[in-house]
Design a protein around this ligand. Sequence first.
Ligand SMILES: *Cc1c(COP(=O)(O)O)cnc(C)c1O
Length: 390
Amino acid sequence: MSGSASSDRRDDDRDAQAVLTIDLDALGANWRTLAARAAPAECGAAVKADAYGIGIEAAVPALARAGCLTFFVAHASEGRRARAALDAAGLGARIFVLNGFHPEAADFDLYRAHGLDAVIGSAEELRAWTEARAAAAGERLPDAALHVDTGMNRLGFPVEDARFLSQAELQGAGISLVMSHLVSAEDPADPVNARQIAAFDHARERALKALPASLANSSGVFLPGRPAYDLVRPGYALYGGNPQPGRPNPMRPVARLDARVLQVRQVPAGASAGYNARWTAERPSRLATIALGYADGVPIGGSGIDGRGAEVFAGGVPCRLVGRISMDLSIADVTHLPAGALKAGDTVEWLGPHADVDALAARCGTIGYEILVNLGRRHRRHYIGNGTGT
Ligand SMILES: *Cc1c(COP(=O)(O)O)cnc(C)c1O
């Protein structure tokens, strides 16, 4: 009755209703594109939220092989996973934990044991981190970045507080980097960019001046005047998102999701499709039922109702979703395809070279970041490349 692990895996492969293909060479190529653009600044990588949904265990070694030496995660537990993946591949890099040091949540030993550097964003965090380091003195201690809030009002020291930190305070906490985060980097016309750069420079006029600095996320790398400082921290663009909305996307797609067609049916004019009959055929229509629903990370906002809706691509041809997306299924109108062009067992593309993540997100009423981080846990995942190929 019980199959071996490999035969179970073969069965799962045969059953795969949706296949997520992650191109690690495209990921590495995107990192190199951003690194060339940011040079002479160093290019790091944001790999929080399971590397934006593509899988931190695969993404981190691939990026390190491409040349990345500095990673940013949100949680210390993500940092531990990133470190384990690097160790397993025999690679080394710095790992910063963006959400800060909160001794009630994660103790200092977690940082020390896994070589994680904290991103310190308040006086309380600075005090706790400094005390923990002092108590562990004599051992190899993790460093930290100092986060200055220049307008996000989320994490980070107020500019005027950061500005007056002393050399001794910075040294006690092992501060090796000063950083801030842009509010609207994807909109180069927004005057908040220049205000944040000025505030960051103001914070760095005194003791912080001697430290390497970091400000830019993906879109920040493309801002005019390029506020790259010493280190950039792209995330979204690494995974194929467009860092310059409204302009041609210089990044390569990394994730591709293909889902199986389960049935194709003919319906008469006046027939409805899906829960609550939110779509009605205006003409005799051919509908394809696809094995992809909101449990697979398809936003319900992409439902084909009220004249809106996401598309899937059949052989590169867009086909609009109709009716409400269900948990495991969605329905596409394929009337415009030649009869027989799409049949049960074929696959359609939900995300990939035709289905650009930003265009898809716009059709779903969300942002591409959310599409990526919600890539489901149920599809069969295939990783191709290793970060070094072209
Ligand atoms: C997520 C994050 C980044 C990366 O941002 P992208 O827009 O994905 O490039 C950089 N810095 C901080 C502080 C972040 O939280």
